[in-house]
Design a protein around this ligand. Structure first.
Ligand code: UTP
Length: 226
C-alpha cells in the first residue's frame, strides 16, 4: 500500500486543544498499522505572529522564512508528543532524513525545509519522494471554493476539479486574496500536476472527512485530479 502523506495546516494544530491532538494522533496511529504515515505540519498563527513581529523589527525575507520553518517544526513537535512511541522522536529537516526515519518508525512528522515555499509544497514534494499518488491537505476550510469563503459569502465549494483548473483559480486569485489565506500554495499545485498526485482538500477539524479521505471514500471536501 502506498504511504499516506498528510499536510496539516498550522491553523489546525496551533490552536487545537490537547484532546483534539490526541484524537488526531489516534487516527494516525490506527492508519499506521496499514501503511507508512508521513505528516507535514504547518506554522499557523505562531508562524504568522513571529513573522509579523520579526518583519517589524527589520528581519529580511529569508530570515522570516526560517522563523516560519521553526514554527512549523514546533507544531510538528506538538503532534509528535501525542504520537510517542509510534512516531520518530525528532523532526526531520530534509526528505532524506524523513525517509531514513521511516525505516524505523511507522509515522514521521516533519515541518518546513527551505525558505521560499510553504509546507503544502513540502508535502507535495514528499509525496513525490515516497511514491504516493495522493496527498491529503487538511486545512481550515472544507475544500476549494470559487473565492475565499471567509471574504465572499456566496463563494461555492468545488467538489471535483483538475490540476489545471486549480492552478487557474490560484493564478486569478480566486481562492487566495492577497497571499495569506490561499487554500493551496501554487508550488504544491504545480508539483501535484506534474506528478499526477490527487489532492484531497478538506477541513482538518472534520475527523469524519479525514477518516473517509484516508480510506479513499467520498468525503466533504474537494478532489483535485486529472
Ligand atoms: P506554512 O506552511 O504554515 O505557511 O509555513 P502557510 O500556508 O502560510 O500557513 P497555514 O497553512 O495557514 O498554516 C509558514 C511559513 O514558514 C515559511 C514560509 O514563510 C511560510 O509562510 N516556510 C515554511 C518556508 O519558508 N519553507 C518551508 O518549507 C515551510
Amino acid at each position: 500500500m502506498k504511504p499516506l502523506v498528510l499536510s496539516i495546516g498550522g491553523s489546525i494544530l496551533a490552536s487545537a486543544e490537547t484532546e483534539f491532538i490526541k484524537e488526531l494522533a489516534g487516527m494516525l496511529i490506527r492508519e499506521s498499522s496499514r501503511r507508512r504515515v508521513f505528516v507535514v505540519a504547518g506554522g499557523g498563527s505562531t508562524a504568522r505572529d513571529y513573522i509579523r513581529k520579526s518583519r517589524e523589527l527589520g528581519a529580511d525575507e529569508s530570515l522570516l522564512d526560517e522563523i516560519g520553518i521553526m514554527a512549523t517544526k514546533l507544531n510538528a513537535a506538538l503532534l509528535i508528543s501525542a504520537l510517542n512511541p509510534h512516531s520518530a522522536p525528532l523532526v526531520p529537516s530534509s526528505f532524506e532524513e524523513a525517509m531514513v526515519l521511516s525505516e524505523s518508525y511507522p509515522i514521521v512528522v516533519m515541518g518546513g525545509t527551505h525558505p521560499g515555499h510553504t509546507t503544502d509544497a513540502v508535502a507535495a514534494m514528499l509525496a513525490e519522494r515516497v511514491g504516493s499518488n495522493t496527498l491529503i491537505d487538511a486545512t481550515s476550510v472544507n475544500g476549494v471554493y470559487t473565492a475565499d469563503p471567509k471574504k465572499v459569502p456566496d463563494a461555492k465549494k468545488i467538489e471535483k476539479m483538475s490540476h489545471r483548473e486549480l492552478l487557474e483559480l490560484i493564478m486569478e486569485g480566486g481562492s487566495s486574496g492577497a497571499g495569506s489565506n490561499i487554500v493551496i500554495d501554487p508550488m504544491a499545485a504545480k508539483i501535484a500536476e506534474r506528478s499526477a498526485i490527487t489532492l484531497y482538500v478538506l477541513n482538518g477539524r472534520d475527523f469524519e472527512a479525514l477518516e473517509r479521505a484516508m480510506k479513499g471514500r467520498r468525503f466533504d471536501g474537494t478532489v483535485v485530479e486529472g
